[in-house]
Design a protein around this ligand. Sequence first.
Ligand code: SF4
Ligand code: SF4
Length: 403
Amino acid sequence: MTDRDIFTRYLSPQQLIELEACTQCGECLKYCPVQTVTGRPSISPPEKIRMFREFIKATSGLKARLFGPPEAGAIDRALLEDFVKAVYECTACGACGQNCTVGIFTQRLWPVLRREMVKRGLGPIGPQANLPKAIERTGNPYDKPAADRFNSWFPENVRVSEKADIGYYAGCTGAYESHPMVKGDALVLGSSGEPFTMLSPEDEVCCGFPLFITGQHDMLEDLIKRLVEAYKSKGIKVLVCSCPCCVNIMSRDWPLFYGRELPFKIRHITQFAVDALNNGKLTIKKELRERLIYHDPCYLSRGVGIIEEPRSILRSIPGVSLVEFDLHGFNSRCCGAGGAARKVFHDNAVAMGRLTIDEAVEKKADRLIISCPACHAKMHEAMQGHDRQIRITDIMELLASLL
Ligand code: SF4
Ligand code: SF4
């Protein structure tokens, strides 16, 4: 790599155009949860884009071309550090892109800028740097023993087939940090009567999302090929998963890293459950006289457009009344856990989680329903020591309890 293309080498033409396209109009600021809780301009989407343009100009602009790029030290180090922090403090929720007046796809642009930072030794930050080693060692980003992946939550009465058309991927966050959710998945799958298969706890390794989102892409191809081949050998036609980040990377990026179309389809557990309710394989037998509010996970709603299915499940429960957050569906507000920022920028994450909890309480919801293991963990954390409290339930945990 020459110094000339130091800030552009790994960007696609579309991403370069997107960086140029930002008019600095500021429309997206109204939707950025990190802006809301910190009020710091450097984190804002137009400011990040402006700073990145400055770096490109300094290293590959006309002056740099005529007189040679500046020495590495000539780029303002403090500015660079501010920029790196801003890129990693962002939760990569994509709300800015959803409302961008020129259609910049920020849910993709920010992770790509992180990859740029990693390539230059400027990222990742804090404990994110431990992720590749942890995944290499144990198969999961939490560095927990692979053998413990399923044993503390998988329901005894649910049978897993050796081979089946349906494969179930629990995912690391659910398996290690959000047991009610994955237990609910397994109970719903089991109740449907559809045979399903799973990989062994040693073979069900990380989907790659934590590495992707922190810009550490070196292991991705191996990890993804290993998983796709393992499921292929089980003969599955559909891979079902409940974690929005897993579903997102599986649908959007696995084919790219695998090098061709996947030999099976990817479905979110709510899509599976809606079909099973519609074709009579699942029947809701109990009523629930409650006012529920549903939080859309960013990587499920904005990421892959799954908005109606969770609501359809909740509406089909007799007695339920459903209320909405002001920001919902494509405009939902990040719970604070996104972008692998939750363990590095803990205070931001808690403040964002509390915005959601407060609104749910103000709207007099009896329960906050979620469908993401990271939201599950983060919302519970945000309630600790908070004056407002609400019952939080995963959507499959709820459905499983009513069948
Ligand atoms: S992706 Fe989300 S957190 Fe990041 S700048 Fe955009 S709105 Fe803010
Ligand atoms: S809405 Fe789009 S064009 Fe306007 S400042 Fe934000 S990123 Fe730039």
